[in-house]
Structures are given as structure tokens and as C-alpha cells.
Design a protein. Structure first.
Length: 264
């Protein structure tokens, strides 16, 4: 009798398992007359979000491409400029983050008669045409395609990397106090956080400081033209890179924006 009962129980469990597998895509399944709740798989959610973000990325790329061509037609920048935006999801946590990166390059970095990068010793946003185009599109994206993700209640991290080339600064470059009489900010230099100090009275004496100011100039633009103190959870990070080579291609800025819990 015990053997028969054991066999019957095994058969019931086996059938229940098969029924559950067959109906696992639904929110509930019915096992031997009882309704059992089944949660939607986490993987399915991630797949849907990945598809959504791929569509957003393609839309941003098209918007950036169209605006770049428009600026080239208006001769604001040369046809030598390539602008780029990349979008990805960090799904390592239960609430994924959204990462958006803006950068630009040149088809031909050897042109000497014209540069869309920063000129020697320059650091203001208005002194790099390629950067202005990139920031203008970033603003359009945040106010448009990215508006549902970039909201004032979200925690947002923006890392701005400014770079400088190897042309030595033999005489201090004037800092006119565009961002205040003096600045003291943390900045990532070669993987180490350092205090970067800039004073109107002293000017810019090295390329590390110049690279940092290019980064800070973008922060100033974003604050004044996009975020305007309406995002209390917004945090800026600065990094500076000094190349061992010379040329306009080493005088640029790239921007990485991370929106935490982007899909909540």
C-alpha cells in the first residue's frame, strides 16, 4: 500500500511540474485546481528594456547625424567632423541604469589650416565648434528623446573628460575668471583623484589645468543651459587627460551621463 501511495505522489508531482513548465509565460498557472502566482522572468524585462534602448540609440544617432550635417551645410563646422552618441544599459542590478556617451572625432586629424577642436590654450565651449554641436544635440536629446529618463527626481552622474595635447605652456595662459575668481575641484588624473586649483591671479601654467578647465567649461554650459539647478541629485565628475602627442585631436571633451534607476 505504501509503495502504491509513493508512486501516485510521484506521478502527481511530475505532472504538476510539466504543467508549470508549459504555462510559465503567464502570470498565474493552475495546478490540480489551485492557482499559483508566477512572476515574469527578470530576463524578459531586460530584453524589453534592451530593445527599447536600442530604438532610443538609433533615434539619437539619427538626430545627431542630421544636426551635424545641418551645421556642416551652414559651414559652422567642417565636413571633417564625426560626432557620436552611444547608449547602453547596466543591468547588473535589479533597477538598471542608463548610460549615454557623447564624443566627436575628425576624419582627418592632420589638417593644419582649420580645426574644429580647441585651439592652443583655449578652454571655453565657444572656442570649439565641434564641442558646441555635440552639446547642442545633447540638449535636444535631454529635452526630447531622453526626457522620460532624465527627470529631476532621478540620481544622475555626469563625467566630463577634458584633454590637452603635449604642446608645452611656456608662459601662463590668462584665466579670466569665467567660472569664478578661483576654482578648487576634484579631478581624476591618470586614475588618481587630485585637487585641481585655478586662480585668476595665477592663470594656467600647465596642460593638466588646461584639460581640467575644458572639462569644467562643459559643466558650466550644462548647468546654465540644460539642468539649471532643477536636478538636486545631479553629480559631476571631472577627469583630465594629457597626451604625449601634439595636435587638435588631443584637445577635446567627451561626456558620459549615467541615469540610475532609469526605468522606474
Amino acid at each position: 500500500m505504501k509503495i502504491k501511495l509513493t508512486i501516485i505522489l510521484l506521478l502527481i508531482l511530475s505532472c504538476s511540474s510539466l504543467i508549470a513548465q508549459k504555462h510559465s509565460k503567464g502570470q498565474t498557472i493552475n495546478i490540480t485546481g489551485e492557482t499559483v502566482e508566477v512572476k515574469i522572468p527578470f530576463r524578459e524585462i531586460i530584453v524589453n528594456q534592451t530593445t527599447e534602448i536600442k530604438q532610443v540609440e538609433n533615434s539619437l544617432k539619427n538626430e545627431l547625424k542630421d544636426y551635424t550635417i545641418e551645421m556642416q551645410n551652414q559651414r559652422f563646422i567642417s565636413s571633417n567632423v564625426i560626432t557620436e552618441v552611444l547608449v547602453s544599459i547596466d543591468s547588473s542590478k535589479a533597477n538598471p541604469s542608463l548610460r549615454v556617451t557623447y564624443s566627436y572625432n575628425l576624419l582627418n586629424d592632420t589638417l593644419r589650416l582649420q580645426t574644429d577642436d580647441f585651439g592652443l590654450g583655449k578652454y571655453l565651449v565657444t572656442e570649439s565648434n565641434a564641442l558646441q554641436v555635440t552639446l547642442s544635440v545633447m540638449r535636444k536629446n535631454i529635452e526630447g528623446k531622453l526626457a522620460k529618463y532624465v527627470s529631476p527626481d532621478k540620481e544622475i552622474s555626469i563625467t566630463i573628460n577634458g584633454s590637452a595635447d603635449a604642446v608645452p605652456i611656456r608662459t601662463a595662459i590668462p584665466y579670466k575668471g569665467e567660472f569664478g575668481e578661483g576654482l578648487i575641484e576634484d579631478c581624476n588624473m591618470d586614475g588618481k583623484i587630485q585637487k585641481m586649483a585655478v586662480a585668476k591671479s595665477q592663470g594656467i601654467s600647465n596642460n593638466q589645468t588646461l584639460a581640467f578647465l575644458r572639462s569644467y567649461a562643459v559643466r558650466d554650459y550644462l548647468n546654465n543651459n540644460i539642468f539649471q539647478s532643477k536636478y538636486p541629485l545631479l553629480k559631476y565628475n571631472h577627469s583630465a587627460t594629457v597626451s604625449g602627442k601634439m595636435g587638435g585631436q588631443f584637445r577635446r571633451v567627451s561626456i558620459e551621463m549615467i541615469i540610475y534607476n532609469a526605468f522606474e
